[in-house]
Design a protein around this ligand. Structure first.
Ligand SMILES: [Zn+2]
Length: 69
């Protein structure tokens, strides 16, 4: 079993009953992955912050791809 890490505090989630799925992120070349958080931290995770980071990252990758020729 893969150790799950809390998106909010970056701590490992030891107890499976304490793991809450807060989001599902799409992978570039795969099915993506589930984002987990401690039950007490799930409400504190801000999915929009990560969406922005992903948007910025994909923009950088697109610009790089366009510049290749
Ligand atoms: Zn946590």
């Amino acid at each position: 079993m893969t150790l799950q890490v809390c998106r909010y505090c970056d701590g490992p989630i030891i107890d499976p009953d304490d793991a809450v799925a807060v989001a599902h992120e799409m992978g570039m070349s795969g099915p993506g992955w589930t984002v987990w958080a401690h039950a007490e931290h799930a409400a504190l995770v801000d999915p929009d912050a990560d969406a922005d980071a992903v948007r910025i990252l994909s923009h950088v990758l697109i610009v790089k791809a366009l510049r290749q020729d």
